[in-house]
Every structure is written in C-alpha cells, then in structure tokens.
Design a protein around this ligand. Sequence first.
Ligand SMILES: NC(=O)c1ccc[n+]([C@@H]2O[C@H](COP(=O)([O-])OP(=O)(O)OC[C@H]3O[C@@H](n4cnc5c(N)ncnc54)[C@H](OP(=O)(O)O)[C@@H]3O)[C@@H](O)[C@H]2O)c1
Length: 262
Amino acid sequence: MDLGLKNRVALVAASSQGIGRATAEAFAAEGCHVAMCARNQQTLQAAAEKIRKQHHVEVLAEAFDVTDSAAVSRFVAAVAAKFGSVDICITNAGGPPAKGFLSATLEDWQHALDANFLSTIYFAREVIPHMQRKRWGRIITLTSITTKQPVADLVLSNAVRAAVVGLVKSLANEFGKDGILVNNVGPGFTTTDRLKELARSRSSASGKNEQEIFDAWAADAPLKRLGEPREVAETIVWLASERASYVTGQTVLVDGGMYKGL
Ligand SMILES: NC(=O)c1ccc[n+]([C@@H]2O[C@H](COP(=O)([O-])OP(=O)(O)OC[C@H]3O[C@@H](n4cnc5c(N)ncnc54)[C@H](OP(=O)(O)O)[C@@H]3O)[C@@H](O)[C@H]2O)c1
C-alpha cells in the first residue's frame, strides 16, 4: 500500500529512544525528511546517524528540552528553513513519574503540565501556520492509554493527558477547514526504557519482582503480550498518511486490547 508520504517533512519530538525513535525510523522508511529532538545530544545524534545510514534520508536533529517554548519555536523555524515546511508533527515527551495523588508534589504537577501538555501547545502553535500555507498537515499527539482509562499510580498522566485530548479535538474542529488533521495515539504497555522505569517503581512498591510486573501487564491485554515501539510507530505513520485522510479528532489506542470499555 502506498502511504503517499514520500518527501513529506515529519517532525517527531522526544525521539532519541523508545516510541519516538521508532516513529522517526518509520517515517524515514516511508521516504520522509525527518526532524528529531531530545535532551541528550549524544544519544540523539547516534539515533539520527543510524536513521540516515539505514534509510538514506535527510535528518535534522537538535538537542533541547520540549518544555522550553523558545527552543521549540527555534527548532520548528530551523526545520522549515531546511526542508521548506513542516507537514507532520508528532508531539511527545517523557512520561511523568508513577505516583499516587498524595505522593505527587506540586513540582511534579507543574512538570507534568509543562512536558505532557504545554509542550504540545508549543509545537502546535509553531507548526499550524506552516500547515495552513500548504493546506495540508497532520498533528498527532503521543500520549497514553490513560486518555481512556486511568492507570493505578499514574495520577499525573491520568489527569494531565485528558487536557491533551481536549486540545486535539479542539484543534481538529478549528483547523479541519485548512486540511489539517489532528489525532491522538495512546500506547498501552510498550517495551521501552519508560516501561522498565515503571516496572522498577511498581516492584519496589509491591515487593513483586520486575518480571512478575511485566507478566501481569501482558496478561491484562487480550493479546497476552506487551507492545513493541514499532507497533505504535506504524499506527502513527498510518494516521499521518493519505490512507487516513478522513480521520480527525480521534484517539487511537495501540494497547493490545487492554482498554476495558466499548
Ligand atoms: N512505554 C510505554 O509503555 C508507554 C505507555 C503509555 C504511554 N507512554 C508514553 O509515551 C511517551 C514515550 O514513551 P517511551 O516509552 O517511548 O519513553 P522513553 O523510552 O523513556 O523515551 C523518551 C524519549 O523522550 C526524550 N525526552 C524525554 N523528555 C524530554 C524532554 N523534556 N524534552 C525532549 N525530549 C525528551 C528522551 O530523550 P532524553 O532523555 O535525552 O531527552 C527519549 O528520547 C511518554 O510520554 C510515555 O509516558 C509510554
């Protein structure tokens, strides 16, 4: 199936590792020009170099923190200057720590808002004018299954990510007339460093070993396994493609069926 993405410009935030990195690779495999960022310069440049060599595409990679609105603005301008525009923007950041309500500090709440909500706004504000000029664009927020179903001890994610969904639906409504499609992708438990971190935290809280925690997560999904970053990435790429041209304002879970609702 031709996804119609060749030569599109795909910006993937927080993409040196995990799902972001798999998403940058998946866009490169479709022949997109790719723009990547993360805080650690060394890990980011290594990831970018691997993608360049493997897929023979142009990759712009810059190290900065997505909670820095001025840095986001400079990056989007640099991407547009290098590639001519920004067609696709995947917003992403590291997930908040696993905490119950009374253990979460006000600093935790502020950071979760900065990283997991406001950073989405910083990117959207910068990329939408480029997309309006081309009358074509895709914004996809990478969030979590928590947008549909709260996860125990992830109160920061459960609460803050709901705001992202409100934003996604609002942007989809406001900018559909400009050919801009806005959707949200929510991974379930997916094998990345973030999941190892969550397993460690659950393990020390429960006394179970980390393997037992992973096994319990896998058992909770009808597919009886954890997800792979590639599986989330491929859903994102499909949503960005011409093959999903009448899909906007939606949340798509990539969770092996773990969400219990209809
Ligand atoms: N894995 C799962 O099971 C799962 C499930 C549901 C939701 N999610 C969510 O999906 C998102 C991605 O998760 P993941 O598992 O791929 O995480 P990951 O493996 O920990 O990778 C996170 C990536 O984001 C970058 N990053 C983190 N904070 C950043 C910041 N403030 N500014 C710029 N870059 C930043 C990291 O690089 P640097 O550290 O160098 O910045 C890294 O490249 C997270 O929001 C996570 O909560 C994950």
